[in-house]
Design a binder for this molecule. Structure first.
Ligand code: T46
Length: 137
């Protein structure tokens, strides 16, 4: 698993004069089963979130409102994604370092995750992360 598996995924979009509708079915539209949903909101301008990798967690990030950037780093260079629509998102497999910044005013970042919250599953130290990547863990 690594940055090569990271990708933008388009979600189904039902266009309707009453307003559009998008849906996500666990294990069908995403390459994992969804166990947890969380979201970032009321993010002050200039904030940075993330700054960690997950050992085993698969994740999908969507800009439900407004926009933000996700910077991915798997130890071989960084890649920046700008998320600004609610009908697509960014899939991030395990062992990819992520940072989030450039939040627009009123933005809401939705995260769908493959596991329940477990702090032991995070790598929050960048040097430790690079060491784990080098060791092929
Ligand atoms: C990620 C980015 C996009 C919980 O108690 N339960 C949860 O499900 C989550 C996600 C967090 N927390 C606690 C742990 C910390 O005490 O909430 C606090 C803030 O979490 P953190 O500093 O990890 O927040 P972010 O925005 O830096 O990272 C979060 C997710 O943790 C992470 O999986 O990829 O959003």
């Amino acid at each position: 698993m690594g940055i090569d598996q990271c990708r933008l995924i388009d979600l189904p979009k039902i266009l309707d004069a009453r307003g559009n509708l998008t849906f996500i079915e666990s294990g069908r539209h995403l390459p994992f089963e969804i166990k947890r949903v969380y979201y970032l909101y009321d993010v002050p301008g200039g904030s940075e979130r993330g700054g960690h990798a997950h050992k085993s967690l698969h994740q999908f990030l969507i800009a439900m409102s407004g926009s933000f950037d996700v910077i991915l780093d798997a130890g071989r260079g960084r890649q920046r994604f700008h998320l600004n629509r609610s009908y697509y998102g960014l899939y991030i497999p395990p062992m990819v370092w992520r940072e989030l910044d450039n939040f627009s005013s009123g933005s809401v970042a939705l995260a769908l995750a493959s596991e329940f919250y477990d702090e032991d599953e995070y790598i929050r130290d960048h040097e430790a992360y690079l060491e784990a990547v080098r060791a092929g863990r």
